[in-house]
Design a protein around this ligand. Sequence first.
Ligand SMILES: Nc1ncnc2c1ncn2[C@@H]1O[C@H](COP(=O)(O)OP(=O)(O)OP(=O)(O)O)[C@@H](O)[C@H]1O
Ligand code: SF4
Ligand SMILES: [Mg+2]
Length: 385
Amino acid sequence: MTTPPNVPIEPRKGDVHTYDIPSTILDSAGDVHVGLQRDAVRPPSEDEILRVENLSVEFPTEDGVVHAVRGVSYSLREREVLGIVGESGSGKSVSSMAVMGLLPKSARIKGQILFRGDDMLKMSPRKQRSLRGRKIAMVFQDPMTALNPVHTIGDQLAEAVLAHELMPRKNALARAKEMLDLVGIPQAEARLRSYPHEFSGGMRQRAMIAMAVINNPDVIIADEPTTALDVTVQAQILEKLLEVKDAVNAAIVLITHDLGVIAGMAHRVLVMYAGRPVEIGDTDPVFEEPRMPYTAGLLGSIPSLETSGGRLRPIKGTPPSLINLPTGCPFSPRCPLADEVCRTAEPELAETDSGGHFAACHHWDRLAAVEDPTVFFRTESETKA
Ligand SMILES: Nc1ncnc2c1ncn2[C@@H]1O[C@H](COP(=O)(O)OP(=O)(O)OP(=O)(O)O)[C@@H](O)[C@H]1O
Ligand code: SF4
Ligand SMILES: [Mg+2]
């Protein structure tokens, strides 16, 4: 197998990018946009692999149109890890499925998905297929949705190679064995003949990772890759994912509910709420100085001895219906800072006080004014104490 040289990713800590965000951006037709939403995507760079611009996805249903994704924009550079976080139903998977071309035909997709500058939404189906699964691969939450129970692991891995490359089957099987070795499955040669049900959950997820990287992808999209596994196995799988990503020089879009995982793995983080990006920036500034109350609420919901005496502070309320979105900021019914302005106008994603750090909030400066922005989500008993 032609594995490229192992160029290790720079350590996450301290690897903070700086960019000059222009106040105006020219689109391909030469029009000038002053839209802040667009400014939140970094300017294109030579090492940019994936650029998602103003992606929106709607599903017409009997109950009305579901506005699942509303203007998601991000850019991903070589070997970078972008974490996408947000509550259930916030549009994390749908936005990634759009990149993978896995949405049902009924989905109405708008925006741009640029792979090395080429818009995937405008490519011929043949060209799209040649990218998806080869240059952009996916690791699903439940490996059983991607692994076929009636074929051996070896056959499935070999098929994944042969779908994109002409070679003798025995060479594809040799690469499959190499991949099982890479993801840490012992006795890889013999395991090629196993069926998925003969693997433990952790081994199946390793096989899934092997399948994702077998064609040396540039981008791996991992959607909740470990939530189906027990806690002790989760950390091992994530570590393996990072190791394998470095071995094939890929970048990762990592979708997770787990802020701890993002903190440990992601260079950048995109926080989603009600189908929209509500905060984006380098991981450390976003975690240390959140500028959107929802992010502060998420951070406050991690039990912390320092801020909540070890208690969990869940954000009260539930996300809005994506069919009937409230007027104004969709977080306003749950936000302790909400006022009339919030209930009237939905805030743009705008640059905050730290460069390259964007938030969609009319009152981000109020978070900037306090030392601990999670304080707004204190429970009644904490406030009394
Ligand atoms: N095929 C579909 N038809 C109609 N609505 C859909 C369809 N697929 C997804 N949705 C809706 O789109 C919204 C976003 O879903 P998505 O799966 O992206 O959420 P998520 O952020 O990944 O949540 P979770 O953390 O639970 O995986 C949800 O309200 C979901 O019900
Ligand atoms: S815009 Fe208003 S309601 Fe929305 S998050 Fe900011 S303060 Fe809260
Ligand atoms: Mg999901």
